[in-house]
Design a protein around this ligand. Structure first.
Ligand code: FAD
Ligand code: UDP
Length: 394
């Protein structure tokens, strides 16, 4: 059926689909999108759980949030968003607390009412043992920000379970994502825009791919079909960069997740969408109850779906979820970046997305970075006939 594509995109996640959509709609070029999975959408894919009809996110809960105007305008072409605002709670030693650490958490934990300045003074005193600028690892950084007691309750056990690595051996940067607030504001994200796609993630992703210039081929591994593709066709590769180069510089380390899904014969299990479990001896890190992501929907009143999340190192064949980023990983990545540069110049292959760059990217970041790749590399290539690495051909 298919005419020769002008561009091949490997991977139908947000990165790949954004590139494909832009090339199809802005340049009127034909795009062939390949995905090895049987469905579109990469890790943002969602589907109704069959017994209850409750939308579950197959590869972990996905919350959309962004402060990037351009990304917000762009995504609103494909879906409307609900007013959902993410909030997370944490159970530690049999009590439930509010996250991220805020004035409510501090009052609950120390079992006393504090004003914002009293709480600030208390935490400053407890955090005084380590200077943030000198923190050499996650544990020191966390203690320097929130003090030892709060660290030991809410961070240490959870982080150990999530990374299966002692927090003294993790980079301090991991914790930069956890704000501490001296107000009762317990919204999880600080971004200007937040919400969930009204019709679900898969409908949104399908809308992006729904263009006469785009052909999506599912259950198709690029490495099995690359010999049959036109030899000089430009390619955007969003699969694992180490795999692309046959692990020439070694395997990059990833963390994976195991999800245990259960349908319960009750209308509400935990009263909220995400409950973290801070105790080290509880084997899972959190429980998602998916009905709470869409309180506006008409879901069954006598059934609910819960998903327990377990974290571990990825082995061959596991889904890679979070880059571990040890110093060895970063050294390997440097080598792969060199190889990628050469591949762009010699073979017109660009690498993008979470797996293609070995970077944890939120959805809005993957979309933003795909829009930049389109503007800076792909459009000039098609408009002016340059090479894909940003230089014009001689
Ligand atoms: P992916 O979605 O991973 O897509 C890559 C695609 O490439 C996959 O479909 C894969 O099958 C395909 N592929 C790989 N190799 C090949 C091959 N050889 N041939 C053909 N196809 C191939 N972001 C948020 O903004 N909010 C959240 O709450 C959030 N939660 C997350 C929770 C988890 C557990 C994870 C893992 C991620 C989360 N994210 C979240 C991040 C979000 O999933 C990513 O931003 C998004 O998936 C990035 O899209 P991508 O296209 O780069 O990669
Ligand atoms: N974290 C923690 N306790 C929590 C939640 C998060 O210690 O209850 C730490 C943990 O180290 C984790 C990091 O904060 O790796 C980032 O958490 P976030 O919830 O943003 O991670 P994600 O949802 O992306 O897995």
């Amino acid at each position: 059926t298919s005419a020769r594509p002008d561009l091949v995109v490997v991977g139908s996640g947000f990165f790949g689909l954004t590139v494909a959509e832009q090339v199809a709609s802005q340049l009127d070029k034909r795009v062939l999108v390949l995905d090895r999975r049987h469905h579109i959408g990469g890790n943002a894919y969602s589907e109704p759980e069959p017994e209850t009809g409750i939308e579950i996110h197959r590869y972990g809960a996905h919350l959309f949030h962004t402060s990037n105007e351009r990304v917000w305008q762009y995504v609103n072409q494909f879906t409307d968003f609900t007013k959902y605002q993410h909030k997370v709670y944490s159970i530690y030693a049999g009590k439930t607390y509010s996250l991220p650490i805020n004035l409510a958490t501090i009052c609950q934990y120390f079992d006393k009412s504090f004003s914002p300045s009293e709480a600030r003074a208390l935490v400053a005193e407890q955090a005084g043992e380590i200077d943030t600028a000198e923190a050499r690892n996650l544990e020191e950084k966390a203690i320097s920000l929130i003090g030892r007691p709060l660290y030991e309750a809410f961070i240490r056990g959870y982080t150990k379970k999530q990374w299966q690595t002692d927090p003294t051996e993790l980079p301090a940067a991991v914790i930069a994502r956890l704000p501490v607030r001296y107000t009762f504001d317990n919204r999880y994200f600080n971004d200007t825009y937040e919400g969930l796609p009204v019709g679900g993630y898969t409908a949104w992703l399908q809308k992006m791919a729904d263009h006469p210039n785009i052909e999506v081929r599912l259950s198709t591994d690029y490495f099995d079909v690359r010999d049959q593709l036109p030899p000089d066709v430009p390619t955007v590769f969003t699969g694992p960069i180490d795999k692309y180069f046959d692990y020439e510089a070694g395997e990059l380390g990833w963390r994976t997740l195991d999800f245990e899904t259960e349908v319960l014969p009750i209308g509400d299990f935990q009263g909220t969408s995400v409950m973290n479990y801070a105790d080290e001896d509880v084997p899972f890190t959190r429980i998602h109850e998916f009905r709470h992501f869409h309180p506006e929907r008409d879901y069954p009143a006598d059934k609910t779906v819960v998903v327990r999340e377990y974290s571990r190192f990825a082995e061959t064949g596991d889904e890679p979820y979070y880059p571990i980023n040890t110093p060895e990983d970063r050294a390997k990545l440097e080598r792969y970046r060199e190889l990628a540069k050469k591949e762009a110049a010699d073979k017109r292959v660009l690498f993008g997305g979470r797996l293609g760059t070995y970077k944890y990217l939120d959805m809005h970041m993957a979309i933003g970075s795909a829009l930049s790749m389109f503007d800076n590399r792909i459009r000039p290539f098609f408009d002016e006939g340059g090479s894909l690495d940003g230089r014009l051909d001689d």
